[in-house]
Design a protein around this ligand. Structure first.
Ligand code: ADE
Ligand code: ZN
Length: 334
């Protein structure tokens, strides 16, 4: 099954580019920017990746992105991610970035965006990976700060396809961002939001009713509410599920207890994604592979998850169909 997964054409729809920062590259960039990391070496840093909840991870994630200063740093980070997923047969990726994680440190919005975007364009040309960029608002900050960030993005509508919502979920419900999401939607951005990772089903309901999301990032806790689950099934809306993230952040106690089969049986359009692979122990193939092994996914279930990934992209229909055709060609031979 591992070989089947490795060669399977895939799309990734829930990936924080700052969460792909491997310790080796972090030390390299820290050194060139003359920044002291509060860790002795790569090994000591990796040892710190032991989390009991989302906030434990976020504390170290924001500390890590602190070494990104120059456009080249953002380019190198993104290029490293692209070369990895190229080897994993990821054909399309829609990545998140956290502009406020950079602008709040005095790094211009354009420094981060241009570095990321130039690497993605090179990835499209040299590796054939198509892409979209979604910027996320940090939900632990206030709505005015999110609005100021949206205003900065308006000059870059050619590079940014959507807006999302991430960071500390508990205590920061989607409705806190009603106005900024309404404005983003009116400006033509696609809309997604993290909901139901740690937060209750009510936050998922708000993401639907108040933010008008087109995809739900995570969404695990929607399963606690049957009516809500049914509503999501009927809407055909995708969930961007992140198995190794769920394990490392203790959203599930054991990968064997991951609700992916329950999601598929309920008729939810679940997709598999890596979230913050440098911190959670794996990219797309590891997420598919370890989950398949833990819960005993069948070949058909794996194919459905991959198909859902392509169908849930924000690509125009013809490009989506071209990717699904590649998947079907693979399935016919594998
Ligand atoms: N930022 C990066 N990864 C995240 C996650 N899984 N949940 C919320 N915010 C995030
Ligand atoms: Zn995430």
């Amino acid at each position: 099954m591992q070989t089947f997964i490795e060669n399977l054409p895939k799309a990734e729809l829930h990936l924080h580019i700052e969460g792909t920062f491997e310790p080796e590259l972090m030390f390299e960039i820290a050194q060139r920017n003359e920044i002291d990391l509060p860790f002795e070496d790569v090994e000591a840093l990796r040892k710190a990746y032991d989390f009991s909840r989302l906030q434990d991870f976020l504390d170290i994630y924001y500390q890590g992105m602190n070494v990104l200063r120059e456009e080249q740093d953002f380019y190198d980070l993104t290029w490293a991610y692209l070369t990895r997923i190229h080897k994993q047969n990821v054909l399309h990726t829609e990545i998140f970035f956290d502009p406020q994680g950079h602008t709040d440190r005095g790094i211009p919005f354009e420094t981060a965006l241009n570095g990321i975007y130039n690497a993605l364009q090179d990835g499209q040309k040299q590796l054939g990976i198509s892409f979209g960029v979604i910027m996320c608002f940090l939900r632990h900050l206030d709505e005015d700060a999110a609005m100021a960030t949206l205003e900065q993005a308006l000059a870059h509508k050619d590079k940014i396809i959507g807006v999302g919502l991430d960071s500390s979920e508990m205590g920061h419900p989607p409705e806190k961002f009603t106005n900024v999401f309404a404005r983003a939607k009116a400006e033509g951005f696609h809309i997604v939001a993290h909901a139901g990772e740690e937060g209750p089903p009510e936050y998922v309901r708000q993401a639907l009713d108040v933010l008008h999301v087109e995809r739900i990032d995570h969404g695990n806790r929607a399963l606690e509410d049957e009516a809500l689950t049914q509503r999501i099934v009927e809407s055909g809306m995708a969930l961007t599920v992140c198995p190794l993230s769920n394990l490392k952040l203790c959203v599930v106690d054991d990968l064997k207890n991951h609700p992916i089969k329950k999601m598929l049986k309920a008729g939810l359009k679940a997709t598999i994604n890596s979230d913050d692979p440098a911190y959670f122990g794996g990219y797309m193939n590891e997420n598919f592979g370890q989950l398949a092994e833990a819960v005993g996914l069948t070949r058909d279930e794996i194919a459905t998850l991959a198909r859902n990934g392509f169908e849930a992209t924000f690509l125009p229909k013809d490009q989506q169909q071209a990717l699904v055709a590649k998947l079907d060609a693979y399935l016919a031979t594998a």
